[in-house]
Design a protein around this ligand. Structure first.
Ligand code: SF4
Length: 423
């Protein structure tokens, strides 16, 4: 029985109990959300499962992995440790360089969070060219990943050959999704239909067997804000919505990736609401979104602005964008910056979704300790306790910004002789 099949039969397993405890959500609410396909439980064998979708807090994914230009396995493993230390909920191993099977196993060995892969990446490297890709190779790679314990697969099945033929010359940046472009090139080169679409039933059988999540990829995402939401994005979300329904009927849980990439800020909220409606409120995963093309080197900040609003108005799962976006393979420090920016975005987004409930105790505690100038406790409640100490050692009382004319000290005397210590 898969998790979805358990939910449909109202069978309460340890996975549901764990999620109820972690998310502080009633088990019946979880069973209902999972059985309707509006939330998923992504599991990692021998580790804690993660809930994605409403009514859970917004989750974050961090991408790691080698490229064909840069293979440093130790660095990738360091990224795993840093991402877990600073609170990622999931990881995606996007390795395309070096011994991919071995790298995946090493990442699985040292990590605890659920891991996603995009099998078409390894398919292309093994085929060594678009021409060498076959359906058999695609399914061999998919099986290998699932056998190793991968929790979720990104599959770009939401477009047809006809869509690709119609798209010619209609966009400034064409198709910017890596997995989407590899799949599209295979289809156009061989004049064949989308291999995932063509073999969708077979894919569902395998995913059901391993109880893995189907992550319907966002091949049609826009690569710049001037490539506005278009017919191709609409056709992808509609097709993915149908495929999700079919997958759910076969006991396979689905996350829908959409509205990622670069989207004009003014369009974001309208389309988030519309896409949630089209997909019957299925878990929505967004990469970014980045609301300006003006910030190379700072795309983690641009993405955090987009991510906060995306999360606040319906996205359930954000992919961290690093300062290296569109520039190079991220360093360990880039991974940390991207993750922290994304955690801030998700936290702000959750304040839209849930108001100032239990998720925001850290904000409350931090503010009270800040007013007391209790630096140690203030930093303990911050998103990254290590960073503020570089600016203000906890041993120092006075902050150099206002020195002895500290507004908070004056305010304590004026308005609050006995600052509250009760939380
Ligand atoms: S010195 Fe100024 S900046 Fe520093 S804590 Fe006091 S009010 Fe804030």
């Amino acid at each position: 029985m898969t998790i979805l099949e358990d939910a449909l039969k109202k069978k309460v397993t340890d996975d549901f109990r764990q999620i109820a405890k972690d998310e502080k959500v009633n088990i019946n609410t979880i069973l209902k959300a999972v059985s309707k396909g509006q939330a998923v439980i992504i599991k990692r064998i021998n580790n804690k499962p993660v809930g994605i979708g409403f009514p859970f807090r917004t989750k974050i994914n961090v991408n790691i992995g080698t490229s064909t230009s840069l293979v440093n396995v130790d660095t990738e493993l360091e990224k795993v440790k840093v991402a877990e230390k600073f609170g990622t909920d999931t990881l995606s191993d996007l390795s395309m360089g070096g011994k991919i099977d071995l790298i995946r196993k090493k990442i699985l060995n040292i990590s605890t969070v659920p891991i996603t892969t995009v099998p078409i990446y390894q398919v292309l490297t093994e085929a060594n060219s678009i021409e060498g890709i076959t359906d058999d190779l695609i399914f061999k790679v998919i099986e290998n990943h699932l056998k190793d314990g991968i929790s979720s697969l990104v599959i770009h099945s939401g477009f047809s050959l006809e869509d690709l033929n119609r798209m010619k010359g209609k966009r400034l940046m064409g198709m910017v999704s890596k997995g989407g472009s590899y799949t599209a090139a295979y289809m156009v080169n061989n004049s064949v239909e989308n291999p995932f679409l063509k073999n969708f039933d077979k894919l569902l059988e395998i995913l059901n067997e391993y109880d893995a999540i189907l992550n319907l990829g966002n091949a049609m995402r826009s690569g710049c804000i001037h490539d506005k939401i278009d017919e191709f994005q609409f056709s992808e979300i509609k097709l993915n919505s149908k495929l999700a329904k079919k997958a759910n009927k076969k006991g396979v849980q689905v996350i829908i990736e959409s509205l990622g990439g670069h989207i004009m800020a003014k369009d974001l909220i309208k389309y988030l609401k519309l896409y949630k409606k089209i997909t019957n409120n299925r878990p929505l995963f967004v990469s970014g979104p980045i609301p300006t093309d003006f910030a190379p080197g700072y795309d983690h900040i641009a993405a955090a602005i987009g991510g906060a609003f995306a999360s606040g108005f319906g996205a359930d799962y954000l992919c961290a964008i690093t300062p290296a976006e569109h520039l190079c393979l991220p360093t360990v420090e880039d991974i940390k910056k991207g993750l922290i920016s994304c955690r801030i975005a998700a936290h702000v987004g959750d304040s839209f979704k849930f108001g100032l409930n239990y998720l925001f105790n850290d904000d409350l505690h931090l503010s009270k300790y800040r007013f007391q100038k209790n630096w140690k406790k203030q930093f303990e409640h911050s998103v990254d306790p290590t960073e503020p100490q570089k600016k203000h050692p906890i041993s120092e009382d006075v902050c150099s910004m206002c020195g002895k004319y500290c507004a908070l000290s004056i305010s304590q005397k004026l308005f609050n002789n006995k600052p509250s210590t009760k939380f």
